[in-house]
Design a protein around this ligand. Sequence first.
Ligand code: FES
Length: 83
Amino acid sequence: MAVKIGIRPNGPYLVEGEVEVVDVNGNKVDTSARGPRFALCRCGASVTKPFCDGTHSKVGFQAAEGGGCAGEEVGVRNGPRAV
Ligand code: FES
């Protein structure tokens, strides 16, 4: 199954599919309790980083114009990326 990453307006990244999330030290982050679909914090305010806990609504997070959805290039990496 292909991995799908969606962007919620003024909200998190929604990740769907089989992926491995690792922290800044390369340690695997357990996503098993979240199922095949989970949300990664995009605002920086979550207390459960790297996951979204809904705090973006409380802090009034506003995404950059365009929300990263159109006209914004997405970097391509050859290997895992820590979040
Ligand atoms: S995007 Fe939801 S808490 Fe940061």
